[in-house]
Design a protein around this ligand. Structure first.
Ligand code: SF4
Length: 81
């Protein structure tokens, strides 16, 4: 396992876990529920500058931000995006 990185997204922290949880998780959802990739990227940029991010998990809600940010209906619990 790589060294802990509090500001990392899961894809940067553990590619293996990212593929298993995020990629496979998003594939299981209906395509119409998935946000545009540029929207997701903007949201994740905000998360990476947020003190609540911890190795891809939002400490405010416990979710994987790469799932939450990829959903059309996804919202930041602190209304940062
Ligand atoms: S979802 Fe919101 S509170 Fe959580 S890490 Fe991202 S910006 Fe921060």
């Amino acid at each position: 396992m790589p060294k802990p990185c509090t500001r990392c997204l899961l894809k940067d922290y553990s590619k293996e876990v990212y593929d298993r949880l995020i990629v496979e998780g998003l594939k299981a959802l209906p395509a119409e529920d998935i946000a545009d990739s540029d929207v997701t990227a903007l949201r994740l940029g905000v998360c990476q500058a947020c003190e609540k991010l911890n190795q891809g998990t939002c400490l405010a809600c416990g979710c994987y931000v790469e799932i939450r940010a990829a959903l059309k209906t996804g919202k930041c619990p602190y209304s940062k995006w």
